[in-house]
Design a protein around this ligand. Structure first.
Ligand SMILES: CC(=O)[C@@H](O)[C@H](O)COP(=O)(O)O
Ligand SMILES: NCC(=O)COP(=O)(O)O
Length: 259
């Protein structure tokens, strides 16, 4: 199983102080030495963490392939075409969201997606679509002629956390998931079932399958065991763990779990 380490969260720490420390570029060689297979960064439209110059120097200097997540916005796509990462992952973005809440609306954004994908391919950048795990999204991804899909695991991760951690006792409890253990267990099984079905269908359609969002040291095994998923992109939990163990150990521990 390949591991893409999302290093946005290092820039989050820097932006909390609006200074120049820590520098996400410093993480790149540690990721490589610790066994990561890819660097993932998200150049958000509001530049809340990764900035254009971070993306530029990381892509220029990384010995690992860089997967650049971005919105379908024309200006952003033009920037990505100039930056030339190995892969662009197209994601939905809402300015007010805390993090990426769901997969792309492939039907609603079909024309915009076609245009963006054409531009990226013309610049020899492979394309991935960040989608919810369902049949329609897989079939539309196939029609859009991309190389990869990335299954959004955020919903699975939220259910897992409400069932197996103390999240519901904190002020970050997820109101719509304040359910009985029995109900949460059913939801968790359904959510894993959806990921399994989507992965199987994607493979049948010759799409390469990645997954990510909200994966951590507790929940990752359930996703890494799903047949067909060949890459996980993980950020927040690895950077959070690294505060205590250092980045090298945090990556090695995650890589060992998903092997
Ligand atoms: C698209 C995605 O899942 C990642 O980019 C992740 O959300 C980390 O970035 P944010 O913290 O900006 O949402
Ligand atoms: N695409 C998912 C990603 O890059 C990492 O998401 P998270 O682990 O930071 O939630």
């Amino acid at each position: 199983m390949l591991l893409g380490v999302n290093i946005d969260h290092i820039a989050v720490l820097r932006e909390a102080r609006k200074i120049n420390d820590p520098n996400p570029l410093d993480a790149v060689s540690i990721c490589k030495l610790s066994g990561a297979d890819q660097i993932t960064i998200h150049l958000r439209e509001d530049r809340r963490h990764i900035h254009d110059n971070d993306a530029k120097v990381i892509i220029e200097q990384s010995a690992l392939p860089v997967n650049l997540e971005c919105a379908i916005d024309e200006d952003i796509i033009d920037i990505v075409c100039k930056l030339k990462p190995a892969r662009a992952t197209l994601v939905p973005e809402k300015r007010e969201e805390v993090t990426t809440e769901g997969g792309l609306d492939l039907k609603g954004s079909y024309k915009k997606l076609q245009k963006a994908i054409k531009k990226l391919h013309a610049n020899e950048i492979e394309v991935s679509l960040f989608i919810d795990p369902n049949k329609e999204a897989i079939e539309l991804s196939k029609k859009l002629n991309v190389e990869w899909i990335e299954l959004h695991t955020g919903s699975f991760a939220n259910i897992y956390a409400m069932l197996n951690t103390n999240l519901r006792n904190t002020h970050h409890s997820i109101k719509e998931l304040e359910l009985s253990k029995k109900e949460l267990n059913i939801k968790l099984q359904n959510s894993i079932g959806e990921l399994k079905k989507a992965s199987k269908l994607a493979i049948k359609n010759d799409l390469k399958v990645a997954a990510g969002h909200g994966l951590n040291y507790q929940n990752v095994i359930l996703v890494s065991n799903i047949q067909g998923i060949e890459e996980l992109n993980i950020g927040q939990s690895i950077i959070a763990r690294s505060v205590f163990t250092g980045l090298k150990d945090a990556i090695i521990e995650m890589k060992n779990l998903i092997k």
